[in-house]
Write a protein that binds this ligand. Structure first.
Ligand code: ADP
Ligand code: ASP
Ligand code: MG
Length: 426
């Protein structure tokens, strides 16, 4: 008997029929003798629907008070799906109870819409488990020090599940979703993508941070920090398949590097359409410029990703960086208003039709020439690289977004990641 955490995403919870399926699957695990904590997402489309309503009524000043209400609103999606799952379990004859984040309590800071979990008090959940109940804990939400409801950022139910698993020292956290594991790239973009049996924690972290939305980045960070055994698998298999077969399906996130994993130079390709490029042109090339530009951006709470500074010509240079698209206008306004006059720069321009494509693999540590192979592959397809950034196990390029799919497919082929379509099992 083990303590197991299951997480079910929005599509997996998308209708009462699917919720019934989830309940039957959870009941199967419970009847096999496991202590079960289940973390559901809102039913698919619900978070978008709620946030769109808020947008219709959006105030002119987007301050903290607005963020608070957005979280109050969005958290209802998970509250509803959690209660429905408890009801579906009760209908299966299982003693089940659901809790909102604040009832557990999952304590976070007060950064509304992107709060971070600080601690989890698991006493109530443990008492219910000891009494033989299945416990359902809402994904995506927590409570700040003043008792306000917070949410953890889009896709945050993954993080709730892993954090609960870490706090409760669960034997395993199983992330059930609408694909049957982590693929070499998003199988919806490249149908030839193949499922990885195992992926190293480091690679998963890079893939998630470079845009692979299959796991929210913070969930991978938590898994790494607390060594939570983590598996991504399908919720669309028949609920009554053999439990051991189910428990070993999907993709395992591993913490040890084995020899097989070293063999692949590139394990996966991630892409991200959420960024925009900002360039400050004709900046005087003198010490302190990067600080003056990026300091102002950081003070406005805007995260910066890829950065490049061009060679200086006649004492002037161009400085470019990427930010999240949601922060694009704010960053342009800020630079034009404050920084441009203070620096004596020539202009500030932006482009929000870019994307970032990244190749990821721990094999890159032991192979040279991987980046140049990537650049050649893109140039063979006539794709211009605007920015480059690298780490030990990843190379990312910023390109025009209209070439994104072409680039991902070409790189997938170049690094021998394709498989024949008929071997894909979903
Ligand atoms: P959930 O609602 O279950 O949390 P998400 O939509 O957040 O599901 O994540 C699953 C989706 O992630 C898949 O449907 C797939 O399109 C996308 N995805 C992106 N990159 C990958 C990848 N490398 N492997 C598998 N799925 C991926
Ligand atoms: N319901 C939230 C979202 O749509 C959280 C999640 O699904 O993980 O982002
Ligand atoms: Mg998700």
């Amino acid at each position: 008997m083990a303590l197991i955490v299951h997480k079910y995403g929005g599509t997996s919870m998308g209708s009462t029929e699917r919720i019934r399926n989830v309940a039957r699957r959870v009941a199967k695990w419970h009847k096999a003798g496991h202590q079960m904590v289940v973390v559901p997402s809102a039913m698919s489309g619900e978070t978008n629907r709620l946030l769109a309503l808020a947008k219709e009524l959006q105030p002119a000043q987007l301050g903290k008070a607005y963020g608070r209400e957005l979280d109050m609103l969005a958290a209802t999606g998970e509250q509803a799906s959690s209660a429905l799952l408890a009801i579906a379990l009760q209908a299966e004859g299982i003693d089940a109870v659901s809790y909102a984040g604040w009832q557990v309590a999952i304590k976070t800071n007060d950064a509304y819409t992107k709060a971070r979990i600080e601690s989890i008090d698991d006493a109530r959940v443990r008492a219910d488990l000891a009494a033989g109940k299945v416990v359902i804990v809402t994904g995506f939400q927590g409570v700040d020090p003043d008792g306000n409801i917070t949410t953890l950022g889009r896709g945050g139910s993954d993080t709730s599940a892993v954090a609960v698993a870490a706090a409760m020292k669960a034997a395993e956290c199983l992330i059930y979703t609408d694909v049957d594991g982590v693929y070499t790239t998003d199988p919806r973009v490249v149908p030839e993508a193949k499922r990885l049996e195992r992926v190293s924690f480091e690679e998963m972290l890079e893939m998630a941070s470079m845009g692979s939305k299959v796991l929210q980045i913070r969930s991978v960070e938590f898994a790494g920090k607390y060594k939570v055994p983590l598996r991504v698998l399908s919720s669309f298999t028949p609920w009554d398949i053999d439990l051991n077969e189910e428990a070993s399906s999907g993709t395992l996130i591993t913490f040890e590097e084995d020899e097989d994993m070293e063999r692949a130079v590139v394990s996966g390709i991630a892409f991200n359409r959420d960024e925009a490029k900002v360039s400050v042109l004709g900046v005087p090339d003198k010490p302190g410029i990067a600080y003056q530009i990026l300091g102002a951006v950081a003070a406005a709470n805007v995260e910066v990703d890829v950065i490049i500074q061009n060679l200086s010509k006649d004492g002037k240079t161009d400085f470019s960086f990427t930010v999240h698209r949601n922060d694009f206008q704010k960053t342009l306004d800020l630079l034009k208003g404050q920084v441009l006059p203070a620096l004596g720069a020539a202009d500030v321009v932006g482009d929000n039709r870019i994307c970032k494509v990244s190749i990821v693999g721990i094999g890159m540590r032991s192979h040279v020439g991987v980046a140049s192979r990537m650049f050649k592959c893109l140039s063979d397809d006539g794709i211009n690289i605007q920015m480059i950034s690298t780490s030990e196990i990843k190379t990312s390029v910023v390109i025009d977004e209209k070439y994104m799919e072409l680039a991902v497919r070409a790189l997938h082929r170049e690094f021998d990641l394709d498989q024949t379509a008929d071997t894909i099992s979903k």
